[in-house]
Design a protein around this ligand. Structure first.
Ligand code: NAD
Ligand code: MN
Length: 355
């Protein structure tokens, strides 16, 4: 019997609601699969922790989760704490501390879910966006001086390294190769950003030589937004810098029906550290504490977690259960135009799993 050690970090807002639902689903997976089990250690890091201790997580927090098999994360973001503090103090601390340099975001229109795209059928939208997760625009370099004075100055420097660009491009080409279409679109902005993005393009071209069986093209990030809307079927695997992919993937989530459904994995492909799986949505202040959150984004993230652990058949079981449930409008939460509660959706997924 294999027992996986999972660090669970609900964080803030609806993160505190959806993560316990995710734990329940994993327990059902353990019940129906004799060979595996999950042991959760829950960490109360986030906004409340900050109010008590002045930091989002303890100084040596990474040591407490370093040896886990995976991390299940909710959301960081509190109505009374500035967003850059909650983000940098928790989520980015883990992503960067564990060098989870590949952020992977699958996007599909699940059965029963409506896309705002009028002419798009379910099979025409099937993407994986790979986001560079360790440097670029969110490298954290920059500064601010003369605050409040007319001569005030602020800067954020985007940093791209050859090592950083090569490893994410290689990861993306590999992922593209593993999918039926074997096609990669490299997102760039080398017309305007004439240093880093030009190197990004050059490295894409160099890495592509290692993957003669993968076709690829290049698209400027602004044009890519239009292409996602107008020609969704022309895209398959997509790789972009930290900021570009951040924006594109929220658009992708909306085109696939709701932010409440979309999953993501922050992956350390070399497996030196645990990888972290989370719904892409935030704390959703407007609905927190009401039991209205859609837990599907968390469940789909757990599918990715299971795949990462090599538990392919459990991952497939869960994905099937999710699709069975989304296909039934009775189990649509408010973000999908329905009136189901979060707990109804969880119960339905657990029932589907047991069948
Ligand atoms: P958000 O994702 O929290 O909410 C955007 C909208 O989508 C809201 O109307 C919300 O009700 C809805 N929504 C999101 N998830 C939903 C779900 N599961 N079910 C139903 N509806 C859902 O984004 P925001 O409002 O920009 O940010 C709120 C806070 O969350 C901020 O503090 C922000 O910094 C933080 N945030 C954190 C993360 C993260 O930790 N990964 C990501 C995004 C935002
Ligand atoms: Mn984002």
């Amino acid at each position: 019997m294999k027992i996986y050690q999972i660090a669970s970090i609900p964080g803030d807002g609806i993160g505190k609601e959806v993560i316990p639902e995710g734990e329940k689903v994993l327990q059902v997976i353990a019940e129906i699969n004799q060979g595996i089990g999950f042991q959760f250690e829950r960490f109360d890091w986030g906004g409340d922790y900050y109010r008590k201790h002045g930091v989002m997580m303890p100084e040596n927090g990474l040591d407490a989760i370093r040896h886990k098999d995976a991390i299940l994360f909710g959301s960081a973001g509190d109505p009374n704490i500035p967003d850059h503090i909650t983000l940098w103090g928790l989520r980015l601390k883990i992503c960067q501390g564990f060098d989870q340099y590949a952020n992977v975001r699958p996007t599909r229109i699940l059965p029963g879910i409506e896309t705002p795209l009028r002419h798009c059928t379910r099979d025409q939208l099937n993407w994986v966006i790979v986001r560079e997760n360790s440097e670029g625009e969110y490298a954290g370099l920059g500064g601010r001086a003369h605050q409040g004075h007319p001569i005030e100055v602020a800067s954020d420097m985007s940093i791209l390294t050859r090592v950083g660009v090569e490893r994410i491009q290689r990861f993306a080409f590999q992922l593209a190769r593993s999918r039926p279409r074997k096609h990669l679109t490299v997102i760039t902005k080398s017309n305007a950003q004439r240093h880093g993005m030009v190197m990004w393009d050059e490295i894409a071209w160099q890495v592509s030589k290692e993957f003669p069986d993968v076709t690829w093209d290049k698209e400027l990030v602004d044009a890519a937004t239009a292409r996602m809307v107008n020609r969704p079927e022309s895209l398959d695997t997509v790789v972009a810098t930290n900021l570009h992919a951040d924006v594109l993937s929220d658009l992708a989530a909306a085109l696939a029906g709701s932010l409440g459904i979309a999953p993501t994995g922050n992956i350390d492909p070399e497996r030196r550290y645990p990888s972290m799986f989370e719904p892409i949505h935030g704390s959703a202040f407007d609905i927190m504490g009401k039991g209205l959150a859609n837990p599907i984004g968390t469940f789909w993230s757990i599918v990715m977690l299971l795949e990462h652990l090599g538990e392919t058949s459990s991952a497939q079981q869960l994905m099937k259960a999710i699709e069975l449930v989304t296909a039934n409008p009775k189990f649509h939460t408010r973000d999908l135009g329905g009136d189901a509660m979060m707990s109804d959706v969880t119960a339905a997924v657990c029932t589907a799993l047991k069948k």
